[in-house]
Design a protein around this ligand. Structure first.
Ligand code: ADP
Ligand code: MG
Length: 709
């Protein structure tokens, strides 16, 4: 709705990609030979000739200056999960005391930020603090505009002096390369000679909350941790289901209009927007793109959501669980594989031959997900998502795949061969003309599955709303590449392609069908059933993190040159540290709010009642004071318990901080600190329901979710 308003005013065609040094700009601004050389580098992953870089840098600078840029930055994605940038201006002094605007090929290609303050998980000692950023020319440069001016941003990877990855992009690019290599091998076996590269595509659907900025600023928990650590439920939650796809309020649609325009300028194809299930919750979906660009775009989207919200007097919450008792936010990672000439490999084809190829790719994903499900679970874990997974609003912590009945039946036929024991009861031979038409559309929709096939792509629904999609896609690309490499090994060495294909498919189905589940993933029966099938149920992030350094993981990441053992260990440390730090900040924030806001408020309220009792007594009238004394009793009891729980929490933190070893420490944060945080919260939330509304020290759930928007 608001898109149309915007299109007519700002002429979408002119706005879209306006701030991107995209192919059209390159074609227009670069000499033909330079353009061709750069294109070759981008398309074929060839090394960039320094003389070409020089010409590109100069053209990029002129373009940026024309658009008002004064600075440039290498834009990278360290392990913090947010993007990093260090701005340099284009100016270069001249002998006559003036300046000229300069930007060299060297500055475009490589940067050397002092990087000692980024997490490295022990990979880099501070004495060798140098980190390198290197231009990733497969993601276009862009301009960031805000009140402070215009900056040319060059997407880069970030690595250490010795070449180890210190960021999320390096392994992502490596995983894309690995998948391309293995998928091409399989595709060639099916006679494809035209594709040069296989790309993975991603469309991440982003959920978020909007709250009033003034209210947000009054809550230390939102400011420090992104979620509410206290808050009694409002009388109304999401039970009426009146928010999902509901009419978008004007204040929000005006925000969305600006958001879209800001994203379109950056070439982010924001397409769909709607209200989500919880009050004040919304979703934005872009049109899918190649995984590298989609990852950059999602990072930009999260940044711009916050910026534009700010301009509209709103605050955008990207946390997975900003409010207890109502749904939290996730990010659905839609994923597929496609040839560089646009053939989606997860799209069932029109001929038996195409369908056989489709089934190989489909079954390879199924096998990969089953074989490496712990890694996938890990890739979707963070402290915020621990509140969601398995809590009847998001998929459970158990990984399974939804295929729909039709496809499941086809796999069943393949598995049984001539056994004729399944729904259709027919034998299915791959590579012969009896292969039936495959369903083009998964007619039955399942919203509870963590990993659903949706017609021509898989939708990984466990991904947390606040994290980079790099992690889940690094895992997906690598594990699917691994299975494809095994398939290719078998098929390349077979004497009868059709027979071997049938055997390989059958094996994959027999060995991995346990991962397929088309029912209700939220039900208790499924948890039981999954247990019987031997599917792991990894309930918390801390339990998932060690999977990163399990032998199986080291092997698969190493085999495909995505992450070395050293790099995996560093990431293991970073993840555990990140978890511990996050819980620590939450606990400290809770204590600060309890001691300096909640407790004093409760005491003031209690003394008000005591004063009232005393002043009534002075009247010497026979007044019934049971209400006053009961409330006073109740409030005082809660205050006593609250005070006790604060002290215990302080003690738990102290002991946890002293725990030896980062894994043990993270466990202690989960088992001791987090558990105690919940007890403290309980007291405070009860107190909130007793204390005079006008005295409560910060906005309530009702204020945040219903009153101020
Ligand atoms: P929904 O999940 O709400 O039904 P859609 O199926 O239309 O929505 O698409 C959801 C997301 O999936 C969008 O971002 C879309 O661009 C993306 N998507 C569609 N096709 C592909 C594909 N081949 N690869 C990756 N993502 C895709
Ligand atoms: Mg979806």
């Amino acid at each position: 709705m608001s898109n149309e308003v915007c299109c007519s005013k700002c002429d979408l065609a002119n706005v879209f990609g306006k701030n991107v040094f995209n192919d059209a700009v390159m074609r227009e601004r670069l000499p033909k030979a330079t353009y061709k050389a750069l294109r070759k580098t981008i398309d074929e992953g060839l090394p960039l000739d320094p003389t070409v870089a020089e010409v590109v840098a100069s053209a990029m600078k002129d373009w940026a200056l024309d658009k008002g840029a004064t600075h440039f930055t290498h834009w990278f994605q360290p392990m913090t999960g947010v993007t990093a940038e260090k701005h340099d201006s284009f100016i270069s002094p001249t002998a006559d005391g003036k300046v000229i605007m300069e930007f060299s090929g060297k500055e475009l290609i490589k940067g050397e930020p002092d990087a000692s303050s980024f997490p490295s998980g022990g990979l880099r000692a501070t004495f060798e603090a140098r980190g390198y950023t290197a231009w990733d020319c497969t993601s276009p440069a862009f301009l960031k505009e805000d009140k402070t001016g215009v900056t040319l941003c060059i997407p880069t990877i970030f690595c250490s002096y010795t070449g180890e990855a210190l960021d999320k992009k390096t392994p992502l690019l490596r995983s894309m390369e690995a998948l391309s290599k293995q998928a091409l091998r399989v595709l060639r076996l099916f006679g494809n000679t035209t594709a040069n590269k296989i790309i993975t595509t991603v469309g991440p659907e982003q959920e978020y909350f909007l709250v009033d900025r003034d209210s947000y600023k009054k809550r230390k928990d939102l400011i420090y941790t992104g979620r509410t650590l206290y808050g009694a439920p409002a009388p109304k939650g999401q039970e009426l289901e009146d928010h999902y796809f509901g009419q978008i309020k004007e204040r929000v649609s005006s925000f969305m209009k600006d958001l879209n325009e800001a994203l379109w300028k950056l070439g982010v194809s924001a397409k769909t927007q709607h209200n989500e299930v919880a009050p004040a919750q919304h979703e934005l979906a872009p049109i899918f793109n190649n995984t590298n660009i989609a990852t950059d775009h999602n990072q930009l989207t999260m940044e711009i959501l916050k910026k534009v919200a700010d301009r509209h007097g709103l605050a955008c919450l990207l946390h997975e669980k900003p409010f207890a008792g109502i749904n939290g936010s996730g990010k659905h990672n839609n994923w597929s594989m496609s040839t560089d000439d646009g053939q989606n490999l997860l799209d069932p084809g029109n001929t038996p031959h195409e369908n056989a190829q489709f089934l190989v790719f489909l079954c390879s994903v199924i096998k990969a997900v089953d074989k490496y499900q712990e890694l996938l679970r890990l890739s979707a874990g963070n402290a915020g998502n621990d509140h969601r997974l398995g809590a009847n609003e998001a998929p459970p912590a158990i990984i399974s795949i939804f295929l729909g009945d039709q496809l499941t039946d086809i796999l069943c036929q393949l598995e049984n061969g001539s056994a004729k024991s399944c729904m259709c009861g027919e034998e299915l031979n791959i590579g012969v003309s009896t292969l039936p038409d495959l369903p083009k559309d998964a007619t039955d929709r399942n919203r509870t599955s963590p990993f659903a096939f949706t017609g021509n792509k898989f939708e990984f629904r466990m991904v947390p709303s606040s994290i980079s999609v790099a992690g889940p896609n690094i895992v997906l690309n690598t594990i699917v590449a691994d299975v494809l490499s095994e398939v290719a090994d078998r098929l390349e060495n077979s004497t009868d392609f059709a027979v071997e294909l049938q055997t390989v498919l059958k094996e994959m189905i027999v060995n991995h069908k346990r991962i397929i589940f088309n029912g209700n993933n939220y039900s208790d029966e499924w948890v039981e059933e999954a247990k019987k099938r031997g599917l792991p149920n990894i309930r918390s992030t801390v339990d998932a993190i060690p999977e990163l350094i399990a032998e199986k993981s080291i092997e698969v990441f190493g085999k495909h040159s995505v992450l070395s053992e050293k790099e995996l260990h560093s990431r293991y440390e970073i993840l555990l540290e990140g978890y511990a730090k996050q819980i620590n900040i939450e606990a400290l924030t809770m204590i600060e709010m309890a001691k300096r806001q909640i407790l004093p408020t409760g005491i003031r309220f209690a003394s008000q009642i005591a004063d009232s009792i005393n002043s009534i007594k002075t009247t010497a009238l026979e007044v019934d004071m049971t209400a006053q004394s009961e409330i006073l009793q109740e409030v005082s009891n809660i205050l006593a318990s609250l005070k006790k729980n604060i002290s215990i929490l302080e003690q738990e933190i102290k002991e946890t901080v002293e725990t030896e070893g980062i894994y043990n420490q993270a466990c202690a944060y989960r088992d001791k600190v987090f558990t105690q945080m919940n007890l403290l919260r309980k007291d405070a939330d009860v107190l909130e329901t007793l204390v005079d509304d006008s005295m409560w020290p910060f906005p309530t759930y009702g204020d945040l979710l219903f009153y101020t928007l």
